[in-house]
Design a protein around this ligand. Structure first.
Ligand code: G6P
Length: 616
């Protein structure tokens, strides 16, 4: 996590850095800081808290300079405070560094540096790294780029760094390993950042730095890249297409709300070009190019974290039901450390909004080493997972800024539904009529979500339910089949942004534990949109009511039975059962959003969380 941004050129660096940091705040917001080089001096300003706190603090300070770097932190080593905030200077004050990642061997390095007389003021691993670079520079009498390279060869861990040496102020040195770094190439200037969002206003031309590469951006000599092993590399310049407007709130109070309302469009964007409406066919490029491998797959293993893991669970139901291929869904963090049985014939699919989640990336690397085909379903174009995989599909949801994932989730589920249908058709496990029916239904989903979001009656009901339960301390979410993962996702959304403890459970499992928690104060949200298990869900609701629990049920329009027993019902438009997750999740997103707003929580930047988890 952590966001880094740097600039070197003719413009004033400070406004570019601040704007960049605001865009990168989704990566962490424990502290923020900048280092600016001006008039022979390196000036570091940093503050605990958000970028706005830094702005306030810097109001009456000197922020001039055409070279600089900025950092927004998600704390790993050392509590969030002013001292642990980045940038960190070297002992002699000549160097400044910003860092995203973790230096795992920082303790022995720190000990050795202390023995050589280095004094540390922060608790961070990053300060150790900048002292190490300083020490290497002193011992080897090399320039800053070579000193960074030599220092990094002693480092174990993950990093994206930018280093500035005030003795050599016409260049910046950057490096990456397992944390992302993009270089923007302007007319006569350069931009460095954790992702392309701080860069797009200024240039479309970018270079994605690869693992274990070092880049030097020099006002005289341009861009040079080499590996840490000292092999020169030819920079590959790519053009990026991103609209600045899609990064702004566009009139909504919060990014999360904007992203919830964007879903009719983002789901349509995800399907665009992949469904042939005339002939009712699905064509997913990534799958068709590797048709044989998919057709003969022994098994599909899905690795993911957080909300993406919930999409994976839905895919398990979809792919097994429709395409009859065995699917396993794994937490990437568990998969990577448990010596998994995986090899040729397996297809490992990584689901990730950011494409940068450290555990998911590591899980893929293991699967690749063991001979499995690796496939990525990601949102961020050019991200590390997208570049590592053998094949894949983008979900095209556009930038998701709210830390709680919404449109990326429905994008993933849409893509996975298309994948299940595509595979089922290729493998002959679905009848032509069922295939066609589901495609037509899928194409109608964006309009149905539009209808749902525009339904004032249902929306005021959701707000009213939010007001009733805003002070709840616990909540239970239940669902079955395709909608069990929706119960998990609904509970996660609530706890992430409103800090109410919530648990998702398969409805029938309730009687093996959670039922003991039910009393007249306990809200129980039941996703009751299944057709096949309707009677079963009805009984589960009766069981909750018999214990005086308060039931909020998500039902399909026209439902009569559940309406009579639940305390509150939210209606969603009717659709085919495998597609109900796409609709049922929307009211749950809105419910947590409104509860969080009523509790005055920071919806877009919930405490302790970050959107891109680049540490394990
Ligand atoms: C973090 C985010 C979640 C996200 C998870 C996985 O925890 O807060 O919203 O679901 O990481 O991220 P990914 O980018 O791999 O989908």
């Amino acid at each position: 996590m952590c966001g880094i941004v740097a600039y070197i050129g003719q413009k004033e660096a400070y406004p570019i850095l601040i704007k960049g940091l605001q865009r990168l705040e989704y990566r962490g917001y424990d502290s923020a800081g900048v280092a600016l080089f001006n008039d022979g001096n390196l000036n570091i300003l940093k503050r605990k808290g958000k970028v706005n706190d830094l702005l306030q603090f810097s109001k009456d300070k000197n922020t001039a300079g055409n070279i600089g770097m900025g950092h927004t932190r998600w704390a790993t080593h050392g509590v969030p405070n002013n001292t642990n905030a980045h940038p960190h200077p070297s002992g002699d004050g000549d160097l400044a560094i910003i860092h995203n990642g973790i230096i795992e061997n920082y303790e022995p390095l720190k000990k050795a540096l202390k023995n050589k007389g280095h004094i540390f003021t922060s608790d961070t691993d990053t300060e150790v790294l900048v002292h190490l670079i300083e020490e290497v520079q002193r011992e080897t009498k090399t320039d800053i780029a070579e000193a960074v390279r030599l220092a990094l060869s002693q480092v174990i861990g993950a990093y994206a760094i930018v280093v500035l040496d005030q003795k050599d102020p016409t260049r910046l040195v950057a490096a990456r390993k397992a944390s992302p770094l993009v270089i923007g190439i302007g007319k006569d200037d350069f931009y460095l950042a954790s992702d392309a969002t701080p860069i797009i206003e200024y240039t479309k031309n970018v270079v994605y730095l690869n693992d274990e590469e070092i880049a030097v951006v020099d006002l005289k000599n341009g861009l040079e890249i080499k590996t840490i092993a000292n092999e020169p590399q030819v920079p590959v310049i790519q053009e990026i297409h991103m609209e600045v407007e899609r990064l702004e709130k566009g009139g909504y109070d919060h990014y999360m709300l904007k992203e919830i309302y964007e879903q009719p469009r983002t789901i349509a964007d995800c399907m665009r070009g992949r469904i042939d409406s005339k002939n009712n066919r699905i064509y997913l490029g990534g799958i068709m190019e590797h048709k044989k491998r998919f057709q003969n797959a022994k098994r599909i293993i899905i690795v993911a974290c957080g909300t993406s893991w919930h999409s994976g669970l839905i895919a398990e139901y979809l792919i097994e039901e429709l395409a009859r291929i065995p699917v396993e869904v794994e937490y990437a963090s568990e998969f990577r450390y448990r010596n998994p049985i995986v090899g040729e014939g397996d297809i490992v699919i990584a689901l990730s909004q950011s494409g940068e989640t450290a555990d998911t990336l590591a899980a893929l690397e293991i699967a690749k080493k063991r001979g499995a085909m690796i496939y990525g379903i990601v949102n961020v174009v050019g991200s590390s997972i997208a570049r590592l995989t053998d094949a894949g599909s983008y979900i095209h949801a556009g930038p998701e800024i709210g830390v709680a994932s919404t449109k990326a989730f429905t994008g993933q589920v849409t893509l996975l539904t298309m994948m299940a249908l595509n595979l089922a058709h290729e493998r002959g496990t679905i009848s032509e009529s069922e295939y066609q029916k589901l495609i037509i239904e899928l194409e109608n989903v964006p309009n149905k979500i539009k209808e749902l979001l525009a339904n004032n009656e249902e929306n005021s009901k959701i707000k009213y339910i939010a007001s009733v339960f805003q002070n709840a301390e616990n909540a239970l979410y239940l669902g079955r089949g395709y909608n069990f993962p929706i119960a998990l996702e609904g509970a996660l959304k609530l706890k992430e942004i409103s800090y109410i403890h919530a648990e998702g459970y398969p409805a029938a499992e309730m009687k093996h534990g959670p039922i003991a928690l039910i009393d007249e104060n306990m809200p129980v949200v039941v996703v009751a949109t299944n057709h096949s298990a309707y009677e079963k869900i009805l009984s589960n609701i009766q069981e909750v009511k018999a214990r005086k629990g308060r039931v909020v049920a998500i039902v399909e329009q026209g439902d009569v039975h559940i309406k009579n027993i639940a305390d509150f019902v939210i209606e969603i438009p009717k659709t085919a059962e495998p597609l109900t997750p796409l609709l049922a999740v929307i009211p749950l997103q809105l419910l947590s959003y409104h509860i969080a707003v009523m509790r005055e929580c920071n919806v877009d930047q919930p405490r302790n969380l970050a959107k891109s988890v680049t540490v394990e």
